[in-house]
Design a protein around this ligand. Structure first.
Ligand code: ATP
Length: 256
């Protein structure tokens, strides 16, 4: 296995609060890695550190042998890590297609002058961006809604749109923060199939925060468990499901 992302003893303090303490974990190429734990365990803080929104107070993180320390979010994105947010962040008054095209622009060459002059190179690039954006909307299952304003999409479709927009940046690692929140069971099952197909057909690696234990156990290769900022367990879904510390802190007896 090839390690894509390596976190070494990551700590993060906010004033007197220790949100993360000495968290080490590896994300291997081609795996779906689940991150679970109670509210306030530090999951989103870890996402924010991986994607460059926060700097760790201590510790190191390497992505493909390149340290992410000190990198800004747009630099991390260019290196190949994209994310979605717990609270959906779409451009509400833009269409689904336009939202994905905005994501794709993070990867393109034509500068501001080209965009103003609309020279042939810019026009060709724009057409390619639109083509790819349509493909991605099809991939996530909302191709027929491409001209719908983001604010008029159902909640589940907005979450799918966020995934399409993140995919438009051509990531190697996609980090999804509670992608199934607010979805009904049918939508969750479709989303699970989509996430697994991103791994199996596109070869993507994924890091997924999710509170729905069935959802996460059903698709992850590996799961890490945080509690009060510390990693208390990791392993296969089976191993984690039967770990007494995880049952005690998070799962409870009923799902074991
Ligand atoms: P949830 O499942 O509720 O989303 P979480 O596991 O994602 O929780 P975090 O949001 O990472 O947990 O929060 C971890 C701890 O760090 C909490 O005590 C939270 O209040 C604190 N925290 C997170 N961000 C900040 C911040 N910007 N400033 C101060 N404290 C913060």
């Amino acid at each position: 296995m090839t390690t894509l992302l390596k976190l070494e003893k990551i700590s993060k303090r906010f004033g007197g609060i220790t949100a993360l303490k000495d968290v080490s974990l590896n994300i291997e190429a081609g795996e779906i890695h689940g991150l679970i734990g109670p509210n306030g365990a530090g999951k989103t803080t870890l996402f924010n550190i991986i994607t460059g929104l926060y700097s760790p107070t201590h510790g190191n993180l390497d992505f493909k042998c390149c340290s992410l320390l000190g990198m800004k979010p747009h630099q991390v994105l260019k290196l190949g890590i994209a994310r979605t947010f717990q609270n959906i962040r779409l451009f509400a008054n833009m269409t689904a297609l336009e939202n994905v095209m905005v994501g794709r622009h993070a990867r393109t060459q034509a500068g501001v002058i080209g965009a103003v002059l609309r020279n042939p190179r810019t026009r060709a690039e724009e057409a390619a961006i639109q083509h790819r954006a349509r493909e991605l909307l099809e991939l996530v299952g909302i191709g027929s809604h491409r001209h719908t304003l983001a604010k008029h999409l159902s909640y589940g479709d907005q979450r799918r749109l966020e995934i399409a927009r993140a995919l438009a940046t051509d990531p190697e690692l996609l980090a999804l923060d509670e992608p199934a929140a607010g979805m009904n069971p049918t939508e969750r099952e479709t989303l699970k199939q989509l996430i697994m197909s991103l791994r199996d057909q596109l070869g993507l690696s994924l890091l997924v925060i999710e509170h729905d234990v069935k959802f996460i156990m059903g698709m992850c290769n590996h799961i890490s468990v945080l509690n009060f900022g510390e990693k208390i367990a990791e392993g296969s879904p089976q191993e984690v499901r039967h770990n007494p510390a995880v049952i005690d802190a998070y799962l409870g007896a009923e799902v074991t």
